[in-house]
Design a protein around this ligand. Structure first.
Ligand SMILES: CC(C)(COP(=O)(O)OP(=O)(O)OC[C@H]1O[C@@H](n2cnc3c(N)ncnc32)[C@H](O)[C@@H]1OP(=O)(O)O)[C@@H](O)C(=O)NCCC(=O)NCCS
Length: 292
């Protein structure tokens, strides 16, 4: 394979336009994607962004975000995109090799593009479960009995999540809340806060972006049901124009069946890939496909 003249380097704010061009060429033109300077700016500030250059022209970009600290830290691959004219010539592989140096615990949500899953498999990640992009009418859902949902500040939501998981996501919660439609919410059962979520997005993309739930005690089934009710409660509390909202859920999540039964539809999917399946619990996690 000809890899001559292929150069991988850290991106800067001067690359925002070139990154947006690659993102748009690969069909990523939405808010909070590679075409959005706010999204890439967040990754430049809190993660790592690289570009692939061939003959001095940017042909691809990739980004990671470290979640947590110390030996338990997980490196999330947020983006990996190569201009379609340059696919299959080693740029994706070379960017991955740079981004995943010295990062033993790795995860990503792979697209269904034919190059993506084999590329990640060869980098040591295995494919574990589908992440479904679900959309539907919030008016078909009902606040489960005993549940309330209230608006909070992003730092309050981040603090609940940190208490439950030990991971500080304050910068991500602040960034999600600053997006169009952004809100931070806490969901309580019988008056006790048990879920903390970020809601954001525009038009058909509006919905839950990320949610953390209290680990709880007791039988698995009861904890799974709480994770299900938390998703349903937050969605039922939203009031978007036309009633439409979205959430990405692991197919095995306890809320997936409830939403499908209420007439919600899945219109696309990614595949959760990780060096260890335990990095995310598919029954209870509501990860952002970009930042997890
Ligand atoms: C996925 C993507 C980033 C990969 O970048 P790329 O530059 O095309 O990939 P590379 O050329 O470095 O590597 C592709 C590898 O997949 C292998 N491959 C391709 N098709 C394959 C198949 N059907 N089965 C197994 N392996 C396959 C190639 O042999 C190559 O490996 P090699 O370099 O060791 O030979 C790029 O194709 C892309 O932007 N796709 C569209 C956007 C997208 O879906 N991105 C993924 C987001 S998670």
């Amino acid at each position: 394979m000809a890899v001559t003249n292929l150069d991988i380097r850290d991106a800067t704010a001067n690359d925002l336009d070139a990154i947006a061009e690659v993102a748009i060429a690969t069909g990523q033109d939405e808010e909070w994607s590679g075409a959005d300077p706010a999204y890439i700016g967040h990754l430049l500030a809190h993660g790592r962004v690289v570009v692939a250059e061939r003959h001095g022209k940017v042909t691809g970009f990739g980004a990671t975000r470290r979640i947590g600290d110390g030996p338990d830290a997980v490196t999330m691959l947020c983006d990996l995109f190569v201009d379609p004219g340059a696919h299959g010539r080693g740029a994706g592989n070379a960017m991955l090799a740079t981004l995943w140096q010295d990062t033993p615990r790795r995860m990503t949500f792979s697209s269904l593009h034919a190059h993506a899953l084999p590329l990640y498999t060869r980098s040591g990640l295995d494919a574990w479960w589908p992440l479904l992009y679900l959309g539907g009418d919030v008016r078909a859902l009902h606040l489960p009995s005993g549940w309330t949902v209230s608006e909070a500040r992003p730092d309050e939501v981040a603090e609940s999540e940190r208490r439950w998981t030990g991971v500080d996501r304050a910068a991500d919660h602040a960034a999600w809340a600053a997006r169009p439609g952004g809100r931070s919410v806490l969901a309580a059962r019988d008056g006790a806060v048990v879920a903390a979520a970020a809601v954001a997005g525009t038009g058909p993309e509006y919905g839950i972006v990320h949610m953390a739930v209290e680990p709880g005690a007791g039988p698995h089934a009861a904890r799974d049901n709480a994770a299900r009710d938390a998703v349903v409660a937050v969605l039922a509390s939203l009031d978007p124009p036309g009633g439409r909202a979205r959430v990405c859920l692991p197919a095995p999540h306890a809320a997936t069946r409830a939403l499908l039964s209420a007439g919600w539809r899945s219109d696309s999917m990614d595949v959760f890939m990780a060096t260890d399946p335990g990095l995310l619990d598919p029954r209870r996690s509501v990860p952002s496909p970009a930042l997890a």
